[in-house]
Design a protein around this ligand. Structure first.
Ligand SMILES: Nc1nc2c(ncn2[C@@H]2O[C@H](COP(=O)(O)OP(=O)(O)OP(=O)(O)O)[C@@H](O)[C@H]2O)c(=O)[nH]1
Length: 202
């Protein structure tokens, strides 16, 4: 059963398995076509410093890039940034970089900005950014090493070096914000927009 009313499926311009699963589990017919854009170059050329604005720009760029190749299709783009004060983090390159990043985040509260855009025929129909605040436990070196060993290479798959719904949950004392925002997709605002366009059956 699908709740998606369009004849053609929704396109998710993302390689993110968890973003796809969030949409598919909501009963939406979705296909993934990752956008091959240079995120770091776009970010640098924009001159933007605000983590929410950076996420919004990149989400829109991904959706627009794919929309140009798929006329008459609804395309969703998403992006997530992590900020500790003025410091922005990217996905750690390897386990050692993940351990160093977690050491920096330990005992502090960082912000995850997750942005989503919907583009059709090159027109941005919807754009939204949600924020979650993540308070990490004060972790010892051996606790961080044990976490990285347990989480494995998955630590390089997300900007925070954690998957909250898996081992990452052990890193936190407190979480403020919605679960989907933390996983990288402001799902509820996206569904509200799609519903407002009469694209959902529920
Ligand atoms: N499973 C899981 N994934 C997370 C979590 N937090 C962040 N992520 C993922 O980390 C990635 C954030 O990096 P992005 O650059 O936004 O997206 P990406 O994975 O590179 O994919 P693109 O959309 O193709 O750029 C996304 O795939 C998020 O879904 C989490 O707690 N759990």
């Amino acid at each position: 059963m699908t709740v998606w009313r369009e004849r053609q499926s929704l396109i998710l311009a993302s390689q993110s398995a968890v973003r796809k699963s969030l949409l598919a589990n909501a009963g939406i017919a979705v296909e993934t076509i990752p956008a091959d854009i240079d995120e770091r170059a776009i970010q640098q050329n924009s001159g933007l410093k605000d983590p929410g604005e950076i996420a919004a720009l990149l989400a829109c760029e991904k959706a627009t890039f794919i929309s140009a190749k798929y006329p008459d299709r609804y395309v969703v783009g998403a992006d997530q940034t992590l900020a500790l004060g003025d410091q922005l983090f990217s996905k750690p390159a390897d386990r050692a970089a993940a351990a160093a990043q977690i050491t920096t985040l330990s005992g502090q509260t960082h912000a995850l900005h997750s942005a989503v855009s919907v583009v059709k025929d090159g027109v941005t129909l919807f754009s939204h950014v949600s924020v979650a605040r993540m308070t990490m436990r004060a972790l010892t070196g051996s606790e961080i090493a044990a976490y990285v060993d347990e989480a494995g290479d998955a630590v390089t798959a997300s900007v925070g070096a954690y998957q909250l719904e898996r081992t990452g949950v052990h890193l936190f004392d407190r979480i403020e914000g919605d679960h989907f925002t933390i996983l990288g997709l402001p799902l509820l605002p996206l569904l509200a927009f799609l519903r407002s366009r009469n694209l959902l059956a529920v």
